[in-house]
Design a protein around this ligand. Structure first.
Ligand SMILES: CC(C)[C@H](C(=O)O)[C@@H](O)C(=O)O
Ligand code: SF4
Length: 464
């Protein structure tokens, strides 16, 4: 029987299989940010250990950093301490840091790919659930906990039970106005937030194949929101064209060798998955969420569905969720007044998202009641925005670009949506209080965000 993409990479990285237990897996790339690494470095210090292979670890502060005045000391003492601790740890242990103000600083899941640190065939970990983003390159990439961060720093290996495999095929042509984010939100709504628990997902089918690398990253980013251990897409010419020439990507003869290997990675035609699911691209509309988990999603013109009458426990949390959002079963949300619009995060903070948003608002004006936070995922994205003149288009339409970071995706800095206010957000989580205590979040793609920003109400981009 043939092998899946996942199995090929996994098998190539197993150092040891523990009888009846997990595998010891070699890790090619380790990313660190300020939230989940302090105790790991402290653990090494206490045990008198060094980082085993410092050249494999790359750090960037992203969660606690402000998106204005990054050249000034961070005002919030907790955030300042987090960022300074990461700097101290990186310097002491000799791992690479793209610190605050560094031209390569940004959200770790944005800067890895754009610098050629994320490569096909790699095993990639980070103390962060959205590490699944890197699977877009045909890598086995997954989030780990802080004690595992310590394990990777100390040994460049991790102990992992082998997950089951699932293939999700999306075929057909996307309708106009439908983005990669809508594909992901559609899949999560169909699968539910626990539907892929225990699985590593490969996305396949011609719709996926036709996506750009940025779009593939958006899809893989959200894998975790349906419980999957990770998501991945087989590397192909689109992948190679994106990676080629990036700073840390292989060069010359090494490049040729690497590509030859990467071409062997796609799942064999007779490979079998533990589960296989098919979706039709034509069924996907621009999507929004209406509740407090990413699975509570609908097409933008659909009424909010009633909870499953069979599921008593589920019904209670469903009602609590609608109560928090201030919405009712049967309500159509298009036309609802919006207070905040957030373009950014490791889901939709890349150049193509800014292009889509800027092209949409070109020649239009931001609605007066809207507070818009446009936050590039990295300084490289910011530079490209300016190179392409998107900043001018955005400024003319009344928008301002902030400095890179996670920002309002989880509001660990001062970018907090006030209690009760409604935000249309291109990020990946709409949990209670995620964007600030009492803040209400509607997840959507960059086009719904742009359309809502210019009309002031939740808007189907196809109607503007
Ligand atoms: C802070 C971090 C551990 C967390 C994660 O793991 O995803 C964050 O990035 C998030 O998006 O909620
Ligand atoms: S942008 Fe949001 S989802 Fe991504 S790493 Fe930062 S906080 Fe997590």
């Amino acid at each position: 029987m043939g092998k899946t993409l996942f199995d090929k990479i996994w098998d190539a990285h197993v150092v040891n299989n523990i009888e009846g237990g997990p595998s010891q897996l070699y890790i090619d790339r380790h990313y660190c940010h300020e939230v989940t690494s302090p105790q790991a470095f402290e653990g090494l210090r206490t045990r008198g250990l060094k980082v085993f292979r410092p050249e494999k670890t790359f750090c960037s502060p992203d969660h606690n950093i402000p998106t204005l005045n990054q050249d000034k000391p961070i005002a919030d003492p907790v955030s300042r301490n987090q960022v300074e601790t990461l700097t101290r740890n990186a310097n002491e242990f000799g791992v690479t840091l793209f610190g605050l103000g560094h031209p390569k600083n940004g959200i770790i899941h944005v800067i890895g790919p754009e610098n050629g640190l994320t490569l096909p065939g790699y095993t990639i970990v980070c103390g962060d659930s959205h590490t699944s983003t890197h699977g877009a390159f045909g890598a086995v990439a997954f989030g780990i906990g802080t004690s595992e961060v310590e394990m990777v720093l100390a040994s460049q290996c991790i102990l992992q039970p082998k997950p089951k495999t699932m293939r999700i095929n999306v075929n057909g042509t996307l309708r106009p106005g439908v983005t990669a984010k809508d594909i992901a939100l559609y899949i999560i709504a169909k699968m539910t937030t626990g539907g892929a628990t225990g699985y590593f997902v490969e996305y396949a089918g011609d719709t996926i194949r036709n996506l750009s690398m940025e779009e593939r990253m958006t899809v893989c980013n959200l894998s975790i929101e349906m419980g999957a251990r990770g998501g991945m897409i087989a590397p192909d010419e689109t992948t190679f064209a994106y990676v080629k020439g990036r700073e840390f990507a292989p060069k010359g003869e090494d490049w040729e060798k690497a590509v030859a290997y990467w071409r062997t990675l796609p799942s064999d035609p007779d490979a079998e998955f533990d589960r296989e699911i098919n979706f039709d691209a034509a069924d996907i509309e621009p999507r929004i969420t209406f509740g407090t988990n990413p699975g509570m999603g609908i097409g933008i013109n659909d009424p909010i569905p009633a909870p499953d009458p069979e599921d008593e426990a589920g019904k209670i949390s469903y009602e609590k969720s609608l109560d928090y959002m201030g919405f009712k079963v049967g309500q159509v949300l298009a036309g609802t007044p919006v207070d905040y619009v957030f373009l950014g995060s490791c889901t939709n903070g890349r150049i193509e998202d800014f292009r889509a948003f800027a092209n949409f608002v070109k020649g239009k004006k931001k609605a007066p009641g809207i507070t818009a936070w446009l936050v590039p995922g990295s300084w490289k994205v910011d530079a490209q925005i300016r190179e392409e003149g998107l900043d001018k288009i955005l400024e003319e339409a009344g928008f301002e670009i902030r400095q890179p970071g996670c920002s309002a995706c989880l509001a660990m800095n001062e970018d907090k949506v006030p209690a009760g206010k409604l935000a249309v957000s291109t990020s990946n989580r709409n949990f209670e209080g995620r964007q600030g205590p009492g803040a209400r979040t509607i997840l959507a793609g960059p086009l719904v965000a742009a359309a809502s920003a210019v009309t002031g109400v939740l808007t189907d981009p196809r109607t503007v």
